[in-house]
Design a protein around this ligand. Structure first.
Ligand SMILES: Cc1cc2nc3c(=O)[nH]c(=O)nc-3n(C[C@H](O)[C@H](O)[C@H](O)COP(=O)(O)OP(=O)(O)OC[C@H]3O[C@@H](n4cnc5c(N)ncnc54)[C@H](O)[C@@H]3O)c2cc1C
Length: 290
């Protein structure tokens, strides 16, 4: 099917895009890589009257390194997250997750901002940004900017707190220290597909093998990416060995309440969450030790 007719507008600046969003409200949609929006329009599940193309706003395509975080523009493509040396060195977890999105064609078009605003709870980047405690920066009318924690940005399936006249301009991603352990693992139905369940783990280990800080987020088990904070608390202050990893993986099934869908029962998702948590923690602790 072809999309319903729409007007195409190309914004030259963030301010122009925001002005147009404010003027046309929900009849307008931002077009970034189009890898989620266009399929929905072709199926007539989305029928925006106007598309505001932001691909000409080159300031949104930058990656900048600050002392403690990377500032990554909304238009940075998935393949660049995967390949960029600064991202690979300072936040390899993000690069690894970006490399698992779709196929090369999708990764060359799809953008960080698009993935975050589309807010699919099975998508790789929202899960990883939640584990990393990244902050989303949005700009509204009169140049007003605000930072929103990733954990507070996603409201439910395909829904965020982004206002009608707000544009996501960049994401501030905390850098990982070289000695931090990390892992992102997922199970998909088809190669290059969205995760059925995904798990992102970050472990800061003390010299004596005790976990100083743990972060664990799961995708695909709730309407938004889910940080499993009670499991983080369980791991912090303990040695991360086979026993504590098995205990943590055992606990995770009771801490989530996934919904069954046409392909997977809730019990199957729980089992996947347990298996991925076990493997992700083991991989993270191995990386922290080497
Ligand atoms: C075959 C196929 C396989 C795929 N596999 C995966 C996968 O494995 N993992 C995965 O996560 N995704 C996957 N996707 C979906 C897609 O890759 C991502 O969701 C996509 O990259 C979104 O980015 P985009 O730039 O294409 O967004 P678009 O489609 O352009 O936009 C998505 C939504 O976000 C809004 N938006 C975009 N940018 C902004 C902004 N800066 N500010 C405010 N709103 C904005 C748009 O208005 C729209 O509502 C797949 C898609 C296809 C077609």
């Amino acid at each position: 099917m072809k999309p319903a007719p729409f007007e195409y507008l190309k914004a030259q600046s963030v301010e122009e895009a925001v002005d147009w969003l404010a003027r046309w409200g929900e009849s307008a949609k931002i077009l970034a890589g189009g890898q989620s929006l266009l399929p929905l329009m072709k199926l007539r599940l989305a029928r925006p009257e106007r598309l505001i193309d932001i691909n000409g706003i080159l300031t949104l395509a930058r990656i900048e390194e600050e002392d403690h975080f990377l500032k990554i523009g909304a238009l940075v493509r998935h393949y660049e997250l995967e390949e960029n040396l600064t991202v690979r060195e300072r936040c390899p977890l993000l690069a690894e997750a970006a490399g698992l999105i779709g196929h090369p064609q999708i990764r060359h078009l799809g953008t960080l901002g698009g993935s975050v605003c589309h807010a699919d709870p099975c998508a790789e980047l929202p899960t990883v940004l939640t584990a990393l405690e990244a902050e989303v920066v949005v700009q509204g009318p009169q140049g007003k900017k605000k930072n929103i924690k990733a954990g507070e940005f996603f409201l439910t399936y395909l829904t965020t707190v982004l206002g009608e006249a707000e544009l996501l301009i960049e994401v501030m991603v905390p850098k990982l220290a070289p000695e931090d352990g990390w892992s992102f693992l997922e199970v998909t139905d088809v190669e290059g597909g969205l995760a059925v369940v995904g798990a992102a783990a970050i472990l800061k280990m003390d010299k004596d093998g005790v976990c100083g800080k743990a972060r664990l987020a799961l995708g695909g088990v709730a309407p938004t990416p889910l940080r499993i904070e009670s499991l983080e608390e369980f791991l912090e202050g303990r040695p991360i060995d086979d026993e504590s990893v098995d205990d943590a993986a055992g606990m995770v099934g009771d801490l989530i309440d996934p919904e069954s869908d046409m392909l997977h029962t809730a019990d199957h998702k729980r089992a996947l969450a347990r298996a991925l948590t076990r493997r992700a923690l083991k991989e993270a602790v191995r990386r922290a030790e080497t």
